[in-house]
Design a protein. Structure first.
Length: 259
């Protein structure tokens, strides 16, 4: 299916690795123009090369920390210079792993700043640049918003808050032609997944192989997602083809959560 993304300007935060990188490559393959942001210049340059090789019409890389006002301002300036922003995939940040008893105030503050506030700031900038021309905003959260496992308490809380943000802003922005949606990946083969496996191994006093098998057993599809699986969904949601999907979240987790 042609996603009608060719030459369409889309910004991607958290593009240095994992799902963010996969999204950049997927959008590149669709011929989009891209503004990519990450706080790791080396990884960002690699993503930019991969997206260009995939077929991106143009790639602009913005090295900056999206958890800071200055970082988001740099992203905004780059997108404004390119003109006619029509999409944002906010994929920045992850939250500390642990139960309520294991995380302290610093971990909660990190979770809020890194994932929630960074997404809010990126959304604000994108919506302002889209103006009356419309566009699509995809907020990548996570299925812990629905599953709420004890060992991912910060993810459960922050992702649920992002789902609420999507619902509220989606209804607010729809009359302006801006569609806001959320994306809830389940376990996905990224550095975050490796950290979760290690945490589960320590918590259960088993090796990583046993911990990973236990995690996979919770997924009806039998295995975690590949980042490309999530990226394909993100590309569709940020495209004009998904124009009537607003103020809701799509879950991509192999059936781990349902209903």
């Amino acid at each position: 299916m042609d996603l009608a993304l060719r030459d369409r300007l889309v910004a991607v935060t958290g593009a240095g690795a994992g799902i963010g990188r996969a999204v950049a490559v997927e959008l590149g393959a669709a011929g989009a123009r891209l503004v990519l942001a990450s706080r790791d210049p080396g990884r960002l340059d690699e993503t930019a090369r991969l997206a260009a090789d995939a077929g991106a019409a143009r790639v602009v890389a913005v090295a900056g920390d999206m958890t800071t006002v200055d970082g988001v301002a740099a992203l905004r300036r780059a997108a404004e210079a390119e003109g006619d922003l029509r999409g944002l995939v906010a994929c920045v940040g992850s939250t500390p792993i642990g139960t309520f008893d294991e995380v302290d105030d610093d971990a909660w503050q990190l979770a809020f700043t890194t994932k929630f506030l960074a997404s809010v700031r990126a959304m604000r900038a994108a919506a302002d640049l889209m103006g009356t021309g419309g566009g699509r905003i995809v907020i990548v959260a996570g299925n812990a918003a629905r599953d709420a496992p004890p060992g991912m308490v910060t993810s459960a809380a922050i992702n649920a808050a992002l789902a609420g943000l999507v619902a509220s802003t989606g209804r607010l922005f729809a009359p302006r032609g801006i569609g806001v949606v959320g994306l809830h990946p389940g376990p996905t083969r990224t550095a975050r997944y490796a950290a979760l496996v290690s945490y589960q191994a320590r918590s259960r006093a088993v090796d990583d192989e046993a911990a990973e098998a236990a995690l996979a057993a919770q997924i009806p599809a039998g295995q975690p997602a590949d980042p490309a699986d999530v990226a394909a969904a993100a590309a569709y949601l940020v495209s004009p083809r998904a124009a009537h999907i607003v103020a809701t979240c799509l879950t991509v987790d192999g059936g781990q959560t349902w209903g």
